[in-house]
Design a protein around this ligand. Structure first.
Ligand SMILES: Cc1ncc(COP(=O)(O)O)c(C=O)c1O
Length: 487
């Protein structure tokens, strides 16, 4: 069983970063570790969105016979590198659901789709507008493409210690200043914590400036048109990327790259860059699980499945609003109902995470000053009841404690706003240069060759080509750093 003593949150600079919760338990095999976790878990509020359940209505051949379904490019099974048959049809179904002109399957998650998009963007210029909360796959895309990042800041939330949405007015100012020089604009919406940006307004601005807009909607695949969920970026941005395992019930490592009609990034270019980054033996298990996920969000089924998810999200939010010990992250520009970030003033988020884990309830992560819970299509009413009861018990413990015993009173001190990134070289230039490893104390002021972006959430604390800031010394556990030679 997981116990509080074995959960070890690591600390780092609190710039909207997740704090990894690890355990000091050692297992002899991966299979043992997985089995132990699965046996201990009574409710999942983390990825993947299937929550360990097969969709009952659509349980297919591969659920019953996974090894027989683990196939290759045999007659009738098509070829993902150049799909013309059953896989092309599957992509067309995906495009139909979200209203894309074309969709491309990824068997390497949203990560490969974002990296492929960055490679395709390089044909449009040498610099790209990148938000401070970009996922590390964007940084990897910078290394692969050679694009130079022009960093911009979404709204910083002091109370939660997080980057949030991007205001259309800020984008307008950015484009006025830099629009003519740049190959494209990247936006993360929804963010990991669920903040949504006004993509409609931003897409209009990008169109006016003739700049490709790329939306990392990895956490918003459940934004299905004609449901109660927020509007998806798919019909608006030139490229929108989905991760299918975060909230939908596809297996981990699945994603989609959607291209809108009249996109400035053409499908052919994106298909060839995707080919560079995908295995030549894409897993049919993964692709069959994409089909299962699509079945759940297609036509009438979407009303039911997304409606059920929305209802569970509302139930949980309402239950929490009746528990005075908690605060719930509510970004002003709107939020994704399925990602719920909770703080408990008077307690460290690590304590809440540990308390729940002892009861077999696993949250996604500790993020900023809160604990992040993710609901997905596999979430059940029983999961929500279990979590609500445990939150209530934890809250009662907090209230029962005599004043002054708590680790602190009120919310934790606000996380400091991260310092500006001073990007000296492009990530690719830094990556290709001779480098040396130095003790972290000696790295400040030098140019980093390393990118540090622990997952979750995978947002960078340090980017290759950046001048190493003094804050790096607060990064617990970091003893040495690779820096470029002759800077
Ligand atoms: C904002 C964001 N974008 C992209 C990704 C990459 O998604 P995937 O795990 O499907 O590769 C993640 C993963 O956590 C993410 O949080």
């Amino acid at each position: 069983m997981t116990d509080r003593a074995t959960l070890l949150p690591s600390s780092g600079p609190a710039e909207g970063s997740g704090r990894k919760v690890t355990t000091n338990r050692r297992f002899s095999t991966l299979a043992d570790a997985i089995a132990l976790h699965a046996g201990a878990e009574s409710a999942s509020f983390h990825t993947p969105g299937h929550k360990g359940r097969s969709p009952a209505d659509f349980a297919s051949f591969f659920d019953a016979h996974p090894r027989q379904a683990d196939l290759t490019e045999l007659p009738g099974l098509d070829d993902l590198s150049c799909p013309t048959g059953v896989l092309r049809d599957l992509e067309a179904r995906a495009a139909g659901i979200w209203g894309a002109a074309e969709s491309i399957i990824s068997v390497n998650g949203a990560s490969a789709a974002l990296e492929a998009t960055m490679l395709a963007l390089a044909a449009h210029g040498t610099t790209v507008l990148v938000p401070r909360n970009a996922h590390r796959s964007i940084i990897h895309g910078l290394v692969l493409s050679g694009l130079f990042p022009l960093w911009y800041e979404p709204v910083w939330d002091d109370e939660w210690g997080l980057w949030g949405s991007v205001a259309a007015t800020s984008v307008e100012r950015l484009l006025e200043r830099l629009g003519s020089e740049t190959a494209g604009l990247i936006i993360v919406s929804p963010t990991y914590a669920g903040a949504i940006s006004d993509i409609q307004a931003i897409a209009g601005l990008c169109r006016d400036y003739g700049i490709p807009l790329v939306v990392d909607e990895a956490h918003g695949a459940h934004f299905v048109p004609k449901t109660t969920m927020p509007v998806s970026a798919v019909g608006l941005a030139d490229v929108t990327v989905h991760s299918l395992h975060k909230t939908l019930p596809a297996l981990t490592q699945t994603g989609l790259l959607h291209i809108r009609r009249n996109s400035l990034l053409v499908p052919d270019a994106l298909r060839s860059t995707m080919q560079l980054l995908q295995s030549s033996s894409p897993s049919y298990l993964l692709m069959a699980s994409i089909e299962q996920a699509l079945q759940q969000v297609e036509l009438q089924q979407a009303q039911e499945s997304i409606g059920r998810l929305d209802c569970l999200c509302r139930q949980l939010r309402e239950a929490v609003s009746n528990l005075p010990e908690y605060t719930c992250y509510a970004p002003p520009a709107g939020s994704d109902p399925s990602h719920i970030l909770l703080g408990c003033p008077g307690r460290q988020p690590e304590q809440l995470y540990g308390f729940l884990a002892e009861r077999g309830i696993f949250a996604e992560t500790i993020l900023g000053n809160g604990v992040l819970f993710m609901l997905g299509l596999g979430t059940t009413a029983a999961d929500v009841q279990l979590l609500t009861a445990a939150l209530s018990d934890f809250g009662a413990d907090v209230m029962a404690e005599p004043a002054g015993v708590s680790a602190f009173v009120g919310m934790p001190p606000p996380a400091p706003r991260p310092s500006e990134i001073v990007q000296i070289l492009s990530p690719r230039q830094a990556f290709m240069m001779p480098a040396t490893v130095v003790p972290v104390n000696d790295s400040v002021g030098r140019i980093s060759q390393a990118t540090i972006a622990p997952c979750p959430p995978g947002t960078p604390l340090l980017v290759a080509g950046q001048r190493v800031p003094a804050e790096i010394l607060e990064c617990a556990g970091l003893q040495s750093l690779r820096v470029v030679v002759d800077d």
